[in-house]
Design a protein around this ligand. Structure first.
Ligand code: HEM
Length: 516
């Protein structure tokens, strides 16, 4: 068909119009890094560099290092149409995490942050003043004083962990260490977050355990996630309208239900003296004082948390604290199995500190400096979160680079942890990299398993404490060793944001002291 006044058929006109719209929507955004003078791999319209990233896998030290070697310490990639600056330059990291924090405090762009109810109120999803307020209110729950009070609960879970190892020591057969450590961290988080006792190892079919595991089943390759990144302006309102977020729906409903019930019960009862995150959140607004983190004042207003805030962040603590700590502990045992000398040295230290103690208390944990070095080296080699990020809430200058408003900045933690200039022989397990002297000499931004600056991991101290108590109890009684089916080196599954070994972490164990 041709309209009288058009010199060409209408279909041609529509086709040309479509081509222009396609160019404006799918191609033009891909020029942004060229304009900024930032190098990077060539992106495809709509997909960006998504295919390469998915193919390489997210948790992949080699691929992550290779990109830094090819393009430098500042390069740009596209996830769908979203431009992502990747920065590993030390001076720039200082700016990003601390000096320019005022403009880089958010971790997600508005375009892909889902304001679903109630997970929109999770700390990780909050932005600007909202984030500052909730973070200021939640931070006291993780103070040294509060963690001290949680020590008996963590010790009880660690005793259970040690008991659970007995059957593996008796048979001498190899087993997946992650199952063991996962049950421990699930028990700890259930107690510290909800004040609930579960025995994950003996009751693996407990709905709490099943749903707890399911909650982590967030795949970067899930259709909702990919579509949200490719078509944020279309997908965000649809997902929000349907109240769908990236967590499995049955798991969120289950946990939200439990939290809701617990809050209701506690509001009615006048039981005193509970020290779990749920109670601390319910009481949080009573604690005064502005928090100071990493030398930067948060200036957040402490205010009472709403029921949605409590439910959402209770679930978040559970999600953020379970898998990360479980995998770290399993990797620590793997490192000990491969490095018997270091295992013995850590055991010697623990035995000495525990000579006249029953409980591994807060002070004992602080004395275990070699064990801490082993944990830190494990977190360098296997950071559970391979990249961390910030978003520019306004145009901001970071050293020589002007980052436009709304641009995402990724810090490739895993590439930094495997950089031979920062860490000679980066694949080797060398706890001595973390002696007090070595740490003082090194740039703090070379070790980033918990991120950095005012928006670092709020649970860092709890995680380190949990790791050390669990490992100390194990070392006092058992020796971990490799088995014929232990993968050396480990092969990680692709597509997961956490380091998940393809065949698990299979180790065997031997009883060395039945009295402990
Ligand atoms: C070995 C264990 C853990 C590791 C490696 C880890 C790592 C991280 C990292 C890398 C971040 C982002 C920080 C940044 O962008 O600068 C983070 C944030 C966070 N983590 Fe952890 N984490 C661990 C354990 C925990 C635990 C036990 C909890 C709570 C019970 C927790 C709660 C959180 C929360 C709520 C955030 C968001 C903070 C915010 O946005 O203000 N994490 N974690």
């Amino acid at each position: 068909m041709a309209l009288e006044f058009l010199p060409v058929p209408l279909s041609w006109v529509l086709l040309a119009l479509l081509a222009v719209l396609f160019y404006l929507y799918a191609v033009r955004p891909l020029w942004v890094f060229k304009k900024m003078g930032v190098p990077g791999p060539t992106p495809l319209p709509l997909l960006g560099n998504m295919l390469t990233i998915m193919n390489d896998g997210i948790w992949n030290p080699e691929a992550s290092r290779q990109r830094v070697q090819l393009y430098g310490k500042v390069y740009g990639i596209f996830f769908g149409r979203s431009a992502i600056l990747t920065i590993s330059d030390p001076e720039m990291l200082r700016d990003i995490f601390v000096k320019k924090f005022h403009a880089l405090s958010n971790t997600q762009t508005d375009a892909v942050t889902l304001e679903t109810k109630p997970s929109g109120r999770m700390l990780i999803n909050l932005r600007g003043e909202d984030w500052k307020d909730v973070r200021s209110t939640l931070s006291p729950a993780f103070s040294g004083g509060k963690l001290k009070m949680m020590m008996p609960a963590i010790n009880t879970c660690a005793d259970q962990l040690v008991q659970n190892i007995a059957k593996f020591a008796e048979t001498g057969e190899s087993f997946d260490t992650k199952e063991l450590t996962g049950a421990f961290t699930m028990d700890v988080i259930a107690r510290t977050a909800f004040g609930t006792e579960i025995d994950s190892q003996r009751n693996p079919q407990d709905p709490f355990v099943l749903m707890g595991r399911k909650a982590f089943d967030i795949k970067m390759s899930s259709p909702s996630f990919l579509l949200l990144f490719m078509f944020p302006s279309i997908m965000k309102p649809i997902l929000e309208w349907l109240n769908i977020d990236l967590f499995p729906r049955d798991a969120t409903s289950f946990f939200y239900g439990i939290f809701d019930q617990l809050i209701g019960l506690r509001q009615k009862s006048d039981e005193k003296g509970r020290v779990d995150f749920l109670q601390l959140m319910m009481d949080a607004h009573k604690d005064a004082d502005e928090e100071e983190e990493d030398g930067v004042k948060l200036h957040g207003q402490k205010h009472a948390l709403t029921r949605d805030d409590i439910v959402a962040n209770g679930f978040l603590f559970f999600v953020a604290g379970y898998e990360t700590t479980a995998t770290s502990m399993a990797f620590a045992l793997y490192n000990f199995a491969l490095n018997q000398e270091e295992q013995d040295k850590a055991r010697e230290e623990v035995n000495k500190i525990m000579e006249n103690r029953d409980l591994i208390d807060y002070e004992a944990v602080h004395e275990m400096s070699y064990l801490e070095m082993c944990c830190m080296e494990t977190l360098r080699l296997y950071p559970p979160i391979p990249n961390t990020g910030r978003v520019a809430s306004e145009e901001v200058k970071v050293q020589w680079l002007t980052i436009p408003k709304d641009m995402m900045v990724i810090v490739p933690v895993i590439a930094i942890h495997y950089d031979p200039e920062r860490w000679p022989e980066p694949k080797k397990f060398i706890p001595e990299r973390f002696t007090k002297e070595a740490r003082e000499k090194r740039d703090p931004y070379n070790w980033l398993p918990f991120g950095a600056g005012p928006r670092n991991c709020i649970g860092m101290r709890l995680a380190m404490m949990e790791l050390k108590v669990g490992l100390a109890k194990i070392l006092m009684k058992y020796r971990f060793m490799t088995a014929p089916d232990t993968d050396i080196p480990l092969k990680m599954k692709k597509g997961n944001q956490f380091p998940l070994p393809e065949n698990g972490i299979r180790l065997k164990v031997e009883l060395i002291n039945k009295d402990n």
